[in-house]
Design a protein around this ligand. Structure first.
Ligand SMILES: Cc1cc2nc3c(=O)[nH]c(=O)nc-3n(C[C@H](O)[C@H](O)[C@H](O)COP(=O)(O)OP(=O)(O)OC[C@H]3O[C@@H](n4cnc5c(N)ncnc54)[C@H](O)[C@@H]3O)c2cc1C
Length: 377
């Protein structure tokens, strides 16, 4: 995206990538259909130590701008849910579109290109020693992404480069990632692997209403991936297991109308049966509803509304969709992405400490920050 915007201004551009092909994460995204943007994008869906940083770039290159490019290339798309836009056919179309646009402005794309060293020239500009030989340039844009999925070409090179030029890099960790359980917490759920249902997952002030899935090693599903970006070991993580209901009133009605029915039976009608059984084995001793005092019924409601989940860690970069943290935005211009320390040096996309929610927000940040840099680099 940066190459397209810079090339359109008449700049001579070369894109260097050490992978054997470009856009691998685009190809694997959205189950092969690429969730390329989200129509509801606002700065509120991004995590950063500097929440204002993303505003300018997002305002100047919007989901509508990207949709216009998609439509100009006659790529059919649809909204899945919650403003998430996907290709009808294949993520390959998005990579093809970007490569066609890049070629149209005369920018060169070089894969299999390792970058060995980068030095700053006295009179301004940079010299790169690469697998393709020495390259000199006036502007250098670092778009090396985060650490997730190392097998797809992810590397910490962008962070190392930032440090080389005196930039602070905020601690990185895996985001949008399944959580793992251990010990008794894992033992209690392990055999329920495959059970999925709608919850609201809450942690550190953030709450996400979506599906959760029990896995062999822990929990996953969109609600958990979303909340994982807000969670760190030791943090309190709670699930509302019946987010559609006013649970105290619902339980009161059940008690009034079906006093002889066991709690287990009632919960099995509202939750997957196996999960409801396990809840009653471990957290909520089951007996006929009429035997609960109002205070005890309130306790049941509290547990269902705010079920504590003790996670031990995450599945890490191997499966994470994004990397939280990264190049500190305080030393970058929010309108151009240029370094305040080194003129001509830019950082865009995921390598920067801006991380979106699940749902197309991370690509929208990549497009928007790339476009912002491409307008000036
Ligand atoms: C499985 C998966 C699914 C995803 N699905 C979605 C989705 O549907 N929607 C969404 O919005 N986001 C999704 N994301 C997140 C999204 O892919 C990233 O946020 C986005 O690709 C970041 O763009 P980027 O250009 O900054 O980095 P990347 O897309 O990671 O690109 C970085 C490039 O730099 C190259 N590179 C790295 N190190 C070096 C080096 N040392 N030398 C040379 N080249 C190097 C890499 O080969 C790569 O081509 C998904 C991520 C994953 C892992």
């Amino acid at each position: 995206m940066c190459a397209i915007a810079a090339g359109a201004r008449g700049r001579r551009v070369r894109v260097l990538d050490h992978a054997n092909k470009v856009g691998k994460k685009i190809l694997m995204s959205g189950g092969g259909r690429c969730n390329f943007t989200n129509t509801g994008t606002t700065p509120a869906q991004y995590l950063s130590a500097n929440p204002h940083f993303c505003k300018s770039a997002l305002a100047r290159y919007t989901p509508a701008d990207f949709i216009a490019m998609v439509e100009a290339h006659r790529i059919a798309w649809h909204e899945k849910e919650l403003g998430q836009l996907f290709c009808d056919d294949s993520a390959k179309q998005i990579v093809r579109m970007l490569l066609d646009e890049t070629a149209a402005v005369g920018a060169g794309v070089h894969t299999h290109c390792s970058i060995e060293t980068v030095e700053r020239l006295d009179g301004g500009g940079f010299r790169l020693r690469t697998g393709l030989g020495t390259i000199e340039c006036a502007s250098l844009v670092v778009a090396t992404g985060g650490l997730s999925i190392p097998s797809m070409g992810a590397s910490g090179f962008g962070y190392a480069l930032a440090r080389q030029f005196g930039h602070a890099v905020l601690a990185t960790r895996a985001g949008l990632v399944p959580l793992t359980l251990s010990g008794k917490h894992q033992a209690r759920l392990q055999d329920l692997s495959g059970v999925a249902f709608e919850v609201e997952a809450r942690c550190n002030g953030a709450g996400f209403r979506n599906r959760m899935l029990v896995t062999h090693r822990g929990i996953s599903g969109p609600a958990i991936l979303q909340v994982s970006s807000y969670w760190q070991p030791g943090d309190d993580l709670r699930l509302d297991l019946l987010p559609d209901r006013d649970i105290p009133s619902w339980l009161a009605v059940q008690q009034r109308e079906r006093g002889a029915t066991e709690l287990r039976t009632v919960l099995s009608e509202a939750l997957p049966r196996r999960f409801a059984q396990r809840l009653c084995e471990v957290w909520l001793p089951s007996r006929p509803l009429r035997q609960y005092t109002p205070a005890q019924l309130q306790q049941v409601a509290d547990t269902l509304q705010s079920w504590p989940l003790v996670a031990s860690g995450t599945e890490g970069y191997r499966t994470a969709e994004v990397t939280l943290g990264g190049v500190d935005t305080h030393e970058l211009s929010s309108s151009t992405m240029m370094s305040r320390r080194v003129p001509g040096l830019y950082f865009i996309g995921e390598v920067v400490d801006v991380t979106g929610w699940l749902g197309g927000y991370n690509f929208q940040w990549a497009w928007a920050s790339g476009h912002a840099a491409g307008e000036v680099a």
